[in-house]
Design a protein. Structure first.
Length: 334
């Protein structure tokens, strides 16, 4: 039986649950955004408060367009940072949020009337790339998310690699410097995330400024070092600020070393990178490509493309859509 999909009159809601902000989008099944809302994530208020805010955001999106009937909203896809146990359907552990054994579905079931599916944010970025983005033509590729934290989603032979429980892809928690005295949010030392994430770039810069190192960032932050962000460091680096360049290049060198190892293990056709830090553009990608070429095995490195994700900061949202869309197409949601 040949089925034709009416994407324009059927809808999904995607939620990108970030440590700083939570973004929500109401979209039709053709991927056209109808409503976008962003709210601060009240991380310090705890899990229940964050889930209350997410529930309110979902309901606000569902009611945002008078011509969108709720019965045509097929479900809600949520992208969340952390170890997602696909068997138990819980977030087993999230270093970024400091959550352990939290049940998103149970928390939202009395707040939201739609089916809800969630998964690890970077795995969903990879899924979105496979369904809508540059991964449509590739059977083996890796999506890396470099933002507040660092993660990866791995596609092998056209399938998303999840691992036995759903914990595959924790790229940010590989040990990249065993002698480092910088503790990661996961409590280990020397993790890639602790050395090269957006949070790490900002913290390293703040520490250097506090120790008296000269930089244009002093003026950019108005003398309040706590306001320094990874974006500010990238902007200063683009302007040739020596200290900012040093911090940013060191972070991208660590990321490049990690990617070199991924290439050796998985032999992908392509690496796509998203997340806030990657928005720095070529100053970010050029250094990573150089490090990868230098540190990968000769037969593998030249053939691997390293590119930005197709949807920029919307990559996680597109992955959340893909999660719901796959369920609709397989008739698990109707």
């Amino acid at each position: 039986v040949l089925l034709k999909f009416d994407g324009k009159r059927n809808y999904v809601i995607g939620i990108d649950l970030g440590a700083t902000n939570t973004r929500g989008v109401l979209s039709n099944l053709d991927g056209k955004f109808l409503t976008e809302i962003e709210v601060p994530t009240r991380l310090e208020a705890g899990f229940d408060a964050v889930m209350s805010d997410v529930g309110n955001l979902i309901n606000e999106l569902a009611e945002s367009k008078s011509n969108v009937k709720k019965e045509r909203i097929y479900g809600v896809g949520i992208a969340v940072a952390g170890l997602v146990d696909l068997n138990k359907k819980i977030v087993e552990y999230s270093p970024v949020f400091d959550w352990t054994h939290v049940d998103i579905l149970t928390s939202l079931e009395n707040k939201v009337e739609f089916p809800i599916i969630f998964d690890n944010v970077t795995r969903l970025m990879a899924l979105g790339g496979m369904c809508f983005g540059k991964g449509q033509t590739q059977q083996n590729f890796i999506c890396i998310n470099v933002g507040y934290g660092i993660g990866s989603g791995i596609i092998v032979n056209g399938k998303l690699l999840t691992g036995s429980e759903g914990f595959a892809g924790e790229f940010g928690h590989i040990t990249i410097d065993r002698d480092s005295d910088i503790q990661c949010s996961c409590k280990k030392y020397g993790c890639l995330e602790a050395l090269a994430s957006g949070k790490a770039i900002a913290f390293t810069t703040q520490s250097r400024l506090a120790r008296g190192q000269e930089s244009a960032l002093r003026e950019m932050c108005g003398g309040d070092y706590s306001k320094v962000t990874a974006k500010m460091v990238a902007d200063a680096a683009k302007e040739g600020d020596e200290m900012a360049l040093n911090v940013f290049n060191r972070a991208t060198e660590y990321i490049g070393l990690g990617i070199s190892n991924l290439i050796g293990i998985f032999n992908p056709d392509m690496i796509v990178i998203g997340g806030g830090v990657s928005m720095a553009g070529e100053i970010f990608f050029d250094n990573i490509r150089t490090v990868v070429q230098k540190n990968s095995m000769r037969p593998t490195a030249p053939q691997v493309q390293i590119l930005p994700v197709a949807f920029g900061l919307n990559a996680a949202i597109m992955g959340a859509f893909s999660l719901i869309l796959n369920k609709v197409l397989s008739f698990e949601l109707s």
